[in-house]
Design a protein around this ligand. Structure first.
Ligand code: NOJ
Length: 707
């Protein structure tokens, strides 16, 4: 249904509702923490939404809701974060961070489409995705859920996945609502301690953290989730300026806002800014939260507050109007259950989309010629804790790998671990494969480094898979130490003494300090959490069936003490150096090699039309794909501006020996800064335009324009 009509219908319905029915619409009930009976009671009361309920249980709740006086349909939300991962039969994609290595909005949009179709087929309407926080402080436990450290890249990929989830029309059987979260600056908490205070100013917010949300809103994102934390001491939950003035008045958001888990109650119990739940309920609603996730006492509290005049019904009306408008727009009143597409959950086409995505994420960070493996390599040893650990490969937010998941749940096939991938692809190349775990992610008595070395001794080359495990990822799993845990470094050193070619593969939720491995290995592949077919994609790259084309969406620190190490820092004294470490990251934002080579030349930029011209040549001997990145640097500005800032990128695929002339349009806004009055302005002057295949100075061509 079109928006205008939906608003009209919503306001007519609102006029018929009792106060109780209105407040109930604002409630989102967690199915996993109330009994099925309890959930049914909430449906009878007219609760607006449930989360984390699947299939027939959801259908029964919906039937119950439809039998109530006004028969307002329930909207079901789920954490379908990289695929509809809480359903055991669903297609699981690479994590957001892994997918961001593709720098490919089409791949990311496709992930959204497939996920939406599977969620809709389960009768659900809404995913709490994408995360548009930035992964700048990599100690944070949720970096895997981000699209990396850069506002521009995160915004482009965020908008793409929103379009994938929502399609062109919310009233469509195969699409669902997206939810951009966690609004705002959640990833920037002090010390990367999840959900603590973010010490950022409004200027900084506008410059760094708001832009991805702005792009998501422009892409039509129907819902926004309020972050747990606080900014400069004020919980987001009660930040009217951010939730209302900036989000609605400035960005033009017209969907509804849902709190994160228990935000309302936490104002009393964790953040200590409200004495009673009534005070918290009123403040949360007045600030602009339309739906309250899980704080079920909100219902009575809000009704009490309305009765005694502490709250005005207009606040509730506004929230309910936002919710009902979306329900009408989705066509829920005519078809409360999305049809989806029968048989699509985990179907072949969807699995292929996951494999394509996994292939596009493989990022080659070092290669002295070891890869692809030559025909002389007849025996390969696959070693390491990440080689055959499907939970680690999937990462967070799946039915069996989420830290809160049933510990006994078994992963369902199909999936391919790295070991299995090397075995399968190796067979095609007539290569014998040996395997030893060697050590686990966290030190255990079963660790057997000696045996792993004995096995590796018999191989011509070693594939060493390191990373983190599910207990080291996610909410409240921030790490103070980003070194490889357990005996992973020790095992690497032992393997190194064998004098065999080694390729280190990182299967992890985020960048870890792999300095020893980066220096000592002949090749390094970053795969992050590749989903179902992560192992296959890596194996294809190892044997050269796949030419890696990923680029890092995030910088790798050399040491935990170097974090944050993002590329777009502000200039300062002494080049920001430490006396005991270089300032540069181990691997930089934008880096990613190929089995072929590319050369950029002839960079120019027309300052009238703001068009960049340059030539890209494939100078190697096989087809390949790379990402041309355009950065700008403001030479003199009223406030400090980043040493470089990504403003455009383009993926280019070229046959061996061929080249192409690129024409990349820029926009005036790409040169804007946020001044001390918090205005976004372009200050006239000179700007460097930098073009290259990574953010590293030595990889960039430069030209200057005057604006
Ligand atoms: C808390 C998490 O912060 C959020 O990302 C998630 O969507 C909700 N819980 C619902 O599970």
């Amino acid at each position: 249904m079109k928006r205008q009509e939906a608003m009209q219908k919503a306001s007519e319905l609102l006029n018929q509702m009792t106060v109780e029915e209105k407040v109930a619409q604002m409630i989102q009930v967690p199915y996993t923490t109330v009994s099925h009976r309890g959930a049914l009671r909430w449906a009878e009361l007219g609760a607006g939404s449930f989360l984390h309920v699947l299939g027939d249980n959801a259908r029964e709740l919906q039937r119950t809701a439809l039998k109530t006086r006004l028969g307002i349909p329930v909207i079901f939300g789920i954490d379908a974060i990289h695929g509809h991962g809480l359903n055991p039969h669903a297609t699981i994609f690479p994590s957001q961070l892994a997918a961001a290595c593709s720098w490919n909005p089409d791949i990311v949009r496709k992930m959204g489409e497939v996920t939406a179709c599977e969620v809709a087929t389960d009768g659900l309407h809404w995913t709490f995705s994408p995360v548009l926080c930035l992964g700048r402080d990599t100690r944070w436990g949720r970096v895997d859920e981000t699209f990396g450290e850069d506002p521009m890249l995160a915004g482009e990929l965020g908008a793409a996945i929103v379009r994938g989830y929502q399609g062109d029309d919310l009233d469509d059987d195969e699409h669902i609502l997206a939810c951009a979260k966690h609004y705002l600056a959640y990833g920037e908490a002090v010390g990367a301690r999840d959900a603590c205070d973010s010490e950022v100013t409004e200027r900084k917010i506008r410059e760094v953290f708001l832009p991805p949300f702005e792009k998501a809103v422009k892409a039509g994102c129907a819902t926004i989730m309020t972050a747990y934390g606080s900014i400069d001491g004020l919980p987001l939950t009660i930040n009217h300026r951010i939730l209302h003035d900036i989000l609605r008045d400035e960005l033009g958001f017209n969907g509804f806002v849902v709190t994160d888990w228990d935000n309302a109650r936490s104002l009393v119990t964790r953040q200590f800014v409200k004495e009673t739940i009534e005070d918290a309920a009123v403040a949360a609603a007045q600030a602009g939260n339309d739906m309250i996730m899980t704080s079920l006492e909100y219902y009575d509290a809000m009704l009490n507050a309305l009765k005694c005049g502490q709250a005005d019904i207009s606040t509730v009306d506004e929230a309910v109007l936002h919710i009902l408008t979306i329900k009408y727009e989705m066509g829920l009143f005519d078809r409360p259950e999305k049809k989806g597409r029968s048989g699509c959950i985990g179907c072949e086409a969807h699995l292929n989309a996951s494999l394509d995505a996994a292939r596009s994420t493989i990022t080659l960070l070092k290669n002295d010629g070891m890869l692809p493996l030559s025909d002389e390599i007849r025996t390969v040893a696959v070693i390491g804790p990440a080689a055959d650990d499907i939970r680690a490969q999937y990462g967070d937010w799946t039915y069996f790998s989420h830290p809160n998941a049933d510990k006994h749940a078994h992963p369902e096939r199909p999936y391919v671990t790295l070991k299995e991938g090397i075995e399968a692809v190796g067979q095609r190349h007539k290569v014998q494969v040996l395997y030893a775990e060697g050590c686990s992610h966290i030190e255990q008595s079963t660790d057997d480094l000696v045996n792993a070395c004995e096995i590796a001794k018999n191989a011509d080359a070693i594939i060493y898979a390191v990373g983190d495990m599910i207990d080291q990822i996610g909410e409240s799993k921030d790490r103070a130490n980003l070194s490889l845990s357990g005996r992973q470094d020790e095992l690497f050193e032992a393997l190194l003494t064998l004098g065999k070619p080694i390729c280190t593969v990182l299967i992890a939720s985020k960048p870890l300090c792999i300095v020893k491995e980066a220096e000592g290995s002949n090749a390094v592949i970053c795969a992050f959490n590749g989903g179902m077919f992560g192992g296959q994609a890596i194996a294809e790259a190892v044997f050269g069936e796949l030419n890696p084309s990923g680029h890092l969406p995030i910088s790798f620190p050399r040491h935990s003490g170097q974090v944050p190490v993002y590329y777009n820092y502000l200039p300062g004294w002494h080049n920001g150096n430490y006396c005991d470490l270089p300032a540069s990251p181990l691997f930089a934002f934008g880096e990613g090699l190929s089995y072929t080579s590319f050369e950029l030349s002839g960079l120019s930029c027309d300052s009238e039309s703001l068009t960049v011209h340059l030539h890209v040549q494939n100078t190697g001997n096989r087809q390949g794909s790379t990402v041309v990145q355009i950065y700008q640097h403001d030479l003199v500005s009223s406030v400090l501006t980043p040493v470089k800032r990504l403003i455009a990128f383009e993926r280019v695929t070229l046959e061996a020996g061929s080249g192409t002339d690129l024409v990349i349009p820029l926009h005036r806004d790409d040169f804007a800064l946020v001044n001390t009055a918090c205005q976004t302005v372009v200050e006239p002057g000179s700007f460097d335009i930098l073009a290259g295949l990574s953010s590293k100075d030595e990889d960039l061509l430069r030209t200057t324009i005057l604006l």
